[in-house]
Design a protein around this ligand. Structure first.
Ligand code: SAH
Ligand code: SF4
Length: 352
């Protein structure tokens, strides 16, 4: 089995062409294929018309493009769509498309399931099934963009790695995907439009910081103290909160960048005014903003959602010191909102 074209860089494409043809391809060949896959975003290998017909037809018959196939699509009353996409081993992964006026945000997955056991998250209940390849990460965007006629203008597209999985536990594939997405000769998304959210795998934050092409960083804080975070996010027992904040301090911010801290509010657990004051202290002197997310509930989750007045009071305290926003849930009715990705079925399925 050859690795598919989506996810391949120029070097991989050259290797594939030489295996398929039995000779070293001229240098321009790999470029032509790369351009067709990522810039033109062809939907089938048979449409790579710069290639000789027999070669592209062979690629097509061997399924070498590697786009995911839609298994189910759910559409929310707010316009959000949740895609269950089938990979070539029949496993499925979820991608969410959120239209906002003229802009579109793609929430993509980095793993099938997630090995991090956050107590408030439905994805955690799946456990880890496997890592996604770079091609499977990029393929989510290429498929969903094409299915919604969004192929032309990348300046309207944002990508957040906030779907299933902990991206920093699949770092090599995530880094390769980010390079492909941010390449101006390829998909052409700006690094400014890419955000990676992590539960705080501290050593990998340093690794990502050393990458020449890297997304913006969002950190799922979710607690105001080490003890509370250990309860809610057991991974903190291994990667301590103090070290996480230090890694954030060391992140080499670009001139246009700030850090984002996400904080899931759980009723009577981490949502008091005292928690808000501790969050402010914890984040002192970091160039950052805070996004509050009132818990999105789901079966098997033991917490409840705080009242809007409690959320507002928490926000008011943080806001005195830091920019602080309340993240509006998107696609709640179709299990597409933060922390709800667990391949749930709902009645609002739309025809593919
Ligand atoms: N694994 C990464 C990215 C995916 S989770 C991470 O944890 O950062 C994306 C966001 O959803 C995280 O900020 C997480 O804290 C939040 N989240 C998880 N479960 C949630 C829930 N039930 N309600 C609201 N937000 C939740
Ligand atoms: Fe995994 Fe993120 Fe959910 Fe935690 S919140 S279980 S890291 S997907």
């Amino acid at each position: 089995m050859h690795p598919p074209l989506i996810g391949s860089d120029l070097h991989d494409i050259t290797a594939l062409l030489s295996t398929l043809t039995g000779q070293d391809p001229p240098a321009f060949r790999a470029r032509q294929v790369y351009d067709a896959v990522y810039r033109q975003r062809v939907q089938s290998a048979s449409l790579i018309t710069t290639l000789p017909k027999p070669l592209r037809e062979r690629m097509e018959s061997e399924g070498l493009l590697g786009l995911p196939k839609p298994a189910h699509v759910y559409e929310s009353s707010d316009g959000t769509k949740r895609y269950l996409l089938e990979l070539n081993d029949a496993k499925t992964v979820e991608t969410v498309l959120m239209p906002e006026g003229q802009r579109y945000t793609f929430c993509i997955s980095s793993q099938v399931g997630c090995p991090v056991n956050c107590q408030f998250c439905l994805t955690a209940l799946l456990g880890l099934e496997r890592n996604l390849t770079a091609g499977e990460i990029v393929g989510q965007i290429l498929y969903v963009a094409a299915a919604n006629g969004l192929s032309a203008d990348v300046s309207k597209l944002n990508v957040v790695m906030m779907g299933q999985g902990e991206p920093l536990l699949n770092l090599p594939n995530v880094v390769k995907a980010v390079r492909l997405l941010a390449d101006p000769d390829g998909v052409g998304l700006s690094e400014r439009r890419l955000t990676l959210s992590t539960s705080g795998i501290t050593p990998r934050i340093y690794d990502l910081a050393a990458e020449p092409v890297r997304p913006k960083l969002a950190i799922s804080l979710n607690a105001s103290s080490e003890e509370q975070r250990q309860q809610l996010m057991p991974i903190t027992r291994k990667y301590h909160l103090k070290d996480l904040i230090e890694a954030c301090r060391a992140w080499p911010l670009r001139s246009w960048e700030h850090l984002t801290f996400e904080y899931v509010l759980l009723k009577d657990v981490n949502d008091t005014d005292a928690d808000a004051r501790r969050v402010v202290k914890l984040l002192a002197n970091l160039h950052c903003k805070v996004n509050l997310i009132a818990l999105n509930p789901g079966p098997g989750i033991q917490f409840s959602t705080p009242d809007p007045a409690r959320v507002a009071s928490f926000q008011a305290i943080v806001k005195r010191s830091l920019p602080c926003f309340i993240r509006k849930p998107r696609g709640l009715d179709i299990y597409a909102a933060c922390g709800q990705l667990k391949r749930m079925s709902t009645l609002t399925e739309i025809a593919i």
